[in-house]
Design a protein around this ligand. Structure first.
Ligand code: SF4
Ligand code: SF4
Length: 382
């Protein structure tokens, strides 16, 4: 016999507070499930998730890959006859899942709460200002210049140890947080489930291919602009990761400190990716504004990430332009602000909306291994 349903109204309230304020309007008509192009016929969503959310059924929501298989295209929200905004409710549940799975819990709460915004930025700011104090820049030490006497951030704050040590530490911190979060989520997903496919590595490979092609986003009908905006941002990040790799090679292997000529491959890839990032983020904001009447403008959690990514791009270009123009004080200040934004982006990645990449990828791998994706409507129709 099925266990009786135990409602948890406190958790339902948490979903409402996290951005799912319309969830009570749902009257279970199932239109959302019918219009959702990503919902497989044999394991449909998001109607049942709306019911779980109304009853505050935390376990049913958290152990559920569908929460992440939803790509927040907004089709269901556009067609819902009651204005219950199922896409937004699922978005709110995802935010709570990040808080639940990514340790340490207090950091996930801080990232989601505007009360702690200053504190999150203050920590890296004090860290880099502390480094400048140790180097004596606040007590009269002259800032060294680079090769040929040009203004150089590598002379102002040498990579070893002032950049590499804190950034390697936050990279290690983020990887550990992601590892622990994903491990816990995977255990919850697979509890009592027999995976039909044993070739997990193939499932991972197929998932990476889906992400790189943004296959699922192409199914979006009501918000087509999301596909190109998301693609631009994804490839901009890949380009910036390649840039960082080449710069590290120059620094550690060739012992060639920056600045590099604007025509060098590292600058070409870096600047092209930076421009793609800013255009992609601009399109993200335009799309949000365009669809705000139906879907709302987004929560603080969404805007935290958008602002931080924008901050990384804008301050990166500002620091570069000011360096080329040899505007020293403003240039060094922009560089420090840029480092603070990069720190915030990566150190809090497991706790911000950035974590969606990792948890969604995990749900996609599970879904392939459990063969739940076999009959996605759009693929069937194709
Ligand atoms: S969310 Fe809207 S479309 Fe979906 S079942 Fe509820 S009322 Fe119907
Ligand atoms: S937002 Fe899009 S993907 Fe998510 S449940 Fe609604 S229709 Fe499906």
């Amino acid at each position: 016999m099925d266990k009786p349903v135990k409602p948890d109204l406190q958790f339902a309230k948490e979903i409402i507070k996290a951005g799912g304020e319309s969830l009570k309007k749902c009257y279970q008509c199932s239109t959302c499930t019918v219009v959702c192009q990503l919902s497989p016929d044999k394991a449909p969503f998001p109607r049942k998730e709306m019911l779980y959310a109304q009853w505050g059924m935390k376990e049913k929501l958290f152990n559920n890959p569908d929460i992440w298989l939803c790509h927040h295209c907004g089709d269901c929200t556009a067609y819902c006859p009651r204005g219950a905004k199922p896409g937004e409710v699922l978005g709110a549940v995802r935010k709570l899942m990040i808080q639940h799975y990514s340790p340490p819990k207090f950091l996930a709460k801080w990232v989601a709460d505007p009360k702690y915004l200053l504190l999150l930025f203050l920590f890296p700011l004090l860290l880099f200002l502390g480094e400048l104090a140790i180097l004596g820049y606040f007590s009269g030490t002259e800032i060294p210049r680079g090769e040929g006497g040009v203004m150089a951030y590598s002379a102002f704050l040498p990579a070893v140890p002032w950049i590499d040590v804190p950034f390697m530490a936050i990279a290690a911190f983020a990887v550990i947080c992601f590892y622990l979060g994903v491990k816990k989520y995977w255990l919850d997903l697979t509890a009592g489930v027999e995976l039909k496919r044993k070739d997990i590595y193939n499932c991972i490979y197929e998932t990476i291919k889906d992400i790189l092609l943004h296959k699922k986003f192409q199914f979006c009908t009501s918000n087509k602009g999301r596909y190109s905006a998301h693609m631009l941002v994804l490839y901009a990040f890949i380009g910036l990761a390649i840039t960082t790799g080449i710069a590290a090679f120059y620094e550690w292997v060739l012992h060639w400190p920056s600045p590099y000529p604007q025509t060098n491959i590292v600058k070409i890839i870096g600047n092209t990716s930076g421009i793609a990032l800013l255009i992609g983020m601009f399109l993200v904001i335009v799309n949000r504004a365009k669809n705000s009447a139906q879907q709302g403008i987004g929560s603080y959690f969404d805007w935290f990430l958008i602002t931080v990514i924008f901050g990384v791009g804008i301050t990166g270009f500002m620091a570069q332009i000011l360096r080329l123009a040899e505007v020293e004080t403003l240039g060094y200040a922009s560089y420090i602000v840029h480092l603070v934004f990069v720190f915030v982006l990566f150190a809090y990645a497991p706790h911000s909306k950035m974590a969606h990449m990792v948890y969604r990828a995990t749900a996609m791998v599970f879904s392939k291994a459990a063969m739940r994706e076999e009959n996605i409507k759009k693929e069937e129709a194709a």
